[in-house]
Design a protein around this ligand. Structure first.
Ligand code: ZN
Length: 282
C-alpha cells in the first residue's frame, strides 16, 4: 500500500468509534430476505443472486466474490440449488462461516417425472414451516433472536392453510412451468403438474406436453400459471392447445424487485397463494 492510499483511507477509519456492523451474505434473494428478517439492524445483509435472478444457473463474477470480503457469515440453501455459492464463499479468501440453511430438514426427493435429475428438491422455502427452519438456522449461526419473525411466519402459515381450505379438495390442481412447488404441494395439499423438470433448464418431451394437455382437458383444470424465471414458451403452447388462459405469474425461485408483487418472502407467499386460490376456484 502506498502512503498516498493510506492517507485516503484515514478519514474513513478515524471517526469509527462505533463497531462496524457484521456482514452477512446470502446466495439468493429469498434467502437474503429471511437473513434480513433475523439480522434487523444488527448486520449488513448482502445478496448475490438478486431479484428476478435464476440461482439454479447463476454464474458469479469477480465482483460477487468481493461482496463476501469481510463477511462473518455466508448463507446458502443447499441441495444443489446454489452450489456455485459454496465455491464462491470458500474461494473468497475471507473467513465467513458457511451455513447451509436446509440442513436438519428431512429432504424431499424430486418428483419422478422420467426426466428428473435425481437428488433432493431444493425449493423448501415454498413451505412456510421449512422457511421457519431456515430462520432458526440463521438465528443459531449468528446468535441472534428470530422468535418475533418466527411468530410472524407462523401466522403466514396459518393464513396459507386457511386460504387453501377455501378450495374444494378435488379442485386443488395447478399447472406451472417447472417443479418448484413440491414442498408447497406436500405442505398444503395442492397438486402441481409441470411440463418441465425441477431445474429451470430441463426441456419437456413432446409426449410429456401432450400428456399434460390431455390431463388439463380431462380434469377441467383452469389454474395455469407462469413463473418469474422460466421460459413460458411451452406453457403458452399447453395453454393454447388446451384452450385455457394463463392466469398470472408465480414467484418460485426469486423475489420481484422492490416495487413488484413479491418484494419480500411474505409478500411472495401471499401473492402466490392468492393467485393459486383464484385459479383453482375459477
Ligand atoms: Zn427452481
Amino acid at each position: 500500500m502506498t502512503p498516498r492510499r493510506a492517507l485516503l483511507l484515514l478519514p474513513l477509519a478515524t471517526p469509527a468509534l462505533a463497531q462496524p456492523r457484521p456482514v452477512f451474505v446470502a446466495s439468493f434473494s429469498i434467502l437474503g430476505d429471511l437473513v434480513r428478517r433475523v439480522a434487523g439492524d444488527a448486520a449488513e445483509v448482502r445478496t448475490i443472486a438478486g431479484p428476478e435472478v435464476d440461482a439454479h444457473h447463476f454464474q458469479p463474477r469477480p465482483s460477487h466474490a468481493e461482496a463476501l470480503l469481510g463477511a462473518s457469515h455466508a448463507f446458502q440453501n443447499g441441495w444443489g440449488f446454489d452450489d456455485w455459492f459454496t465455491r464462491l464463499a470458500r474461494g473468497a479468501g475471507g473467513n465467513a462461516r458457511l451455513v447451509t440453511v436446509s440442513e436438519g430438514l428431512t429432504p424431499r426427493p424430486v418428483a419422478a417425472r422420467g426426466h428428473s435429475h435425481g437428488g433432493q428438491d431444493p425449493h423448501a422455502w415454498q413451505d412456510v414451516s421449512a422457511a421457519r427452519h431456515y430462520l432458526r438456522r440463521i438465528a443459531q449461526a449468528t446468535g441472534l433472536d428470530a422468535s418475533a419473525q418466527d411468530a410472524r411466519l407462523g401466522e403466514l402459515d396459518a393464513w396459507v392453510r386457511a386460504e387453501i381450505a377455501r378450495v374444494p379438495e378435488a379442485r386443488r390442481v395447478v399447472v406451472t412451468s417447472h417443479d418448484a412447488f413440491g414442498w408447497f404441494s406436500a405442505a398444503y395439499g395442492v397438486r402441481f403438474l409441470a411440463p418441465q423438470g425441477v431445474s429451470t433448464s430441463a426441456e419437456p418431451s413432446a409426449q410429456q406436453v401432450a400428456a399434460l394437455i390431455r390431463q388439463l382437458r380431462a380434469g377441467g383444470i383452469r389454474a395455469l400459471f407462469m413463473e418469474n424465471l422460466t421460459n413460458p414458451a411451452t406453457l403458452r403452447r399447453v395453454a393454447a392447445e388446451a384452450g385455457v388462459e394463463i392466469m398470472g405469474r408465480l414467484y418460485a425461485d426469486a423475489l420481484s424487485p422492490p416495487d413488484g408483487p413479491a418484494a419480500d418472502y411474505e409478500a411472495m407467499m401471499r401473492h402466490n397463494v392468492s393467485l393459486l386460490v383464484r385459479g383453482m376456484l375459477a
